[in-house]
Design a protein around this ligand. Structure first.
Ligand code: MN
Length: 206
């Protein structure tokens, strides 16, 4: 295999959305998805491929690129685009049409053990998402035996601190501004009530 073939094999691709672009409407419109998935997410993937081309990161899997560039100022463009590629793929899978509702038993048990109740966990996710100053993400994570809610700024993600992400909500303005304008709380609460994919979170438990 020559170098060109290796590059084309290992270049990062935008994964397909797990549902139609209008499937999350009216909580998240097809218009928002069009920009968020079609422009922002695609942009991170395209930029990642440009930044890693010809570097020591060119042939590494996405998670390796993220952990190897985290916290290194001179690698920030690679980290940011790699992490945002990962975060968005994880975000789309954290949502589903007709989400919210009842939790799988194993997840409910873990959440109750860590937060006291599902409601308390939901409230902590919502509070953290609203409190995140500026762009970022809110996450339900598994940290050892315990489940926690954490928020991260910009492209940062729990992978770099050894915690296992279970689900995420994107709180960058591009995630909600077309549909909700400034009230981030309305977006976050609608996502938690109507779209959040508890089955996906349960699948991620270790
Ligand atoms: Mn986003």
């Amino acid at each position: 295999m020559n170098n060109d073939q290796i590059k084309s094999v290992s270049s990062h691709v935008l994964p397909p959305l797990p549902y139609a672009d209008n499937a999350l409407s009216p909580v998240i419109s097809a218009n928002t998805i069009g920009f968020h998935y079609g422009k922002h997410h695609k942009g991170y993937v395209d930029n990642l491929n440009k930044w890693v081309a010809g570097t020591e990161f060119a042939d590494l899997p996405l998670e390796k690129i993220i952990t190897k560039t985290a916290g290194k100022a001179d690698k920030a463009p690679i980290f940011n685009n790699a992490a945002q590629t990962w975060n968005h793929t994880f975000y789309w899978r954290s949502l589903k049409p007709k989400g919210g509702g009842e939790l799988p038993a194993a997840l409910k048990l873990k959440i109750t053990a860590s937060f006291g109740s599902v409601d308390a966990c939901r409230k902590e996710l919502s509070t953290a998402a609203i409190a995140q100053f500026g762009s970022g993400w809110v996450w339900l994570v598994q940290d050892g035996d315990k489940l926690k809610v954490v928020k991260t700024a910009n492209a940062d993600l729990p992978l770099t601190t050894g915690m296992k992400p279970l689900l995420t909500i994107d709180v960058w303005e591009h995630a909600y501004y077309l549909d909700y304008q400034n009230p981030r709380a309305d977006y976050v609460n609608a996502v938690l009530d109507k779209l959040i994919n508890w089955d996906f979170a349960a699948e991620n438990l270790v």
